[in-house]
Design a protein around this ligand. Structure first.
Ligand code: ADP
Length: 359
């Protein structure tokens, strides 16, 4: 809710304003400069208060930059000449009394809109800077590894040593893995910017979710031999999905299960229908689970529990997954079985009628 700060000496005007504005805003009444240090979205001030508080007002407006913190002066026409102290550095709008209630409301609303725009812009700039910082930080390690592998190869060749073919193969595999990490980071960032600008468009078809999950399981099993993956899936479960995007979500959940559980552990996948309208996919691991204080936040953008450790990631996978599932009209939640581990459940609207087209 927006917060309106009233710095009005005139008691009756203050009461009237507070009554009108509190219908749509939180109204805070104040008479000293302490109030200017609190959070508010628009200030309404009269002549006597402005004469007293013009300096702290200017300080607060400067402190708020680059955001716009609007201040509106209300004064009687005959008093306006008395208010001279750097008026336009303190005030963004002037209302001469008497004024119609509807006009006042409208003028306050326009200022609040300008305030919201400036806050949104600040948030976008902050997000962009955060992207850049996290990307720079996360790509540093794989790029440094690629460089050092390439340098060691070059120096062996320079010194006339014939590298062992197995060693060469290992080096190329390591380079490939590190390059894949960077390319994964880049595609996560591309997804995020598409999500933020509302540009992710799903290409949906009626799809057999069971077959899709089987396909992903098979692909992961081939590449990840450190974990054992099981799948329980009944006969076809049909849903209207973008299969590429759903594969991306599943792969992310399985990758996390692999990343955050010890080698040799089992990861259980399950496809089921919670009711005739809902197709579900669950990915359960038997790892350390997630401590209660972090559970609320794991789907937040850039949220990582053990940031700074040697497990790579930007805290974007679950955020992107949730956005993709939401776009399908579904939901994704994390559950925490009593015997430990983490269970992620995706629920999607099932295609309850006979399929028109099976992917
Ligand atoms: P990241 O790329 O950092 O893995 P995610 O958004 O996929 O980002 O996950 C956010 C955080 O949630 C992770 O950093 C990790 O701490 C925690 N997390 C996700 N999946 C699991 C899991 N299966 N077990 C334990 N912790 C997990």
């Amino acid at each position: 809710m927006t917060r309106v700060l009233l710095l009005i000496d005139h008691r009756e005007n203050r009461r009237l304003l507070a009554d009108w504005l509190s219908q749509r805003n939180e109204v805070v009444i104040a008479d000293d400069d302490q109030a200017l240090k609190t959070l508010f979205d628009v200030g309404i001030i009269d002549g006597p208060s402005l004469n007293r508080l013009w300096k702290p007002i200017q300080d607060r407006k400067i402190a708020e930059l680059p955001c716009f913190l609007p201040l509106l002066l209300m004064t009687a026409r005959q008093n306006v000449g008395l208010i001279t102290r750097q008026l336009w550095q303190s005030i963004d709008e002037l209302i001469l009394l008497p004024i119609e209630k509807v006009e006042l409301m409208l003028r306050v609303e326009v200022l609040l809109r300008a305030r919201r725009c400036s806050l949104d812009l600040k948030e976008s700039v902050f997000t962009r800077d955060e992207f850049l910082l996290v990307t720079a930080h996360e790509s540093r390690t794989p790029l440094a590894t690629i460089r050092s592998l390439a340098q060691s190869m070059a120096s062996s060749l320079e010194s006339g040593q014939t590298p062992d073919p197995i060693q060469i193969q290992q080096i190329f595999q390591a380079i490939d893995q590190q390059a894949e990490t960077v390319s994964h980071l880049v595609s996560q960032l591309r997804d995020i910017s598409r999500i933020e600008s509302g540009q992710i468009i799903l290409s949906r078809k009626i799809t057999d979710v069971t077959r899709l999950v089987e396909g992903v399981t098979l692909a992961v099993q081939i590449s990840a031999n450190s974990h054992h993956i099981t799948l329980i899936a009944p006969a076809p479960v049909m849903a209207w999905v973008d299969s590429l995007r759903l594969r991306q979500v599943l792969t992310n959940l399985i990758d996390n299960a692999i990343k955050y559980t010890p080698e040799g552990a089992t990861i259980d996948l399950e496809v089921f229908t919670a009711d005739p309208q809902t197709a579900c996919i669950a990915v359960t691991d038997h790892g350390p689970g997630i401590a209660p204080e972090h559970r609320e936040r794991i789907f937040d953008r850039f949220y990582r529990i053990r940031s700074g450790d040697d497990i790579s990631g930007m805290g974007l996978g679950l955020y992107i997954s949730r956005q993709i599932v939401n776009l399908h009209g579904g939901r994704i939640v994390a559950e925490f079985p009593p015997d430990g581990g983490t269970r992620f459940v995706i629920s999607l609207p099932a295609a309850s009628n006979l399929p028109l087209y099976v992917d």
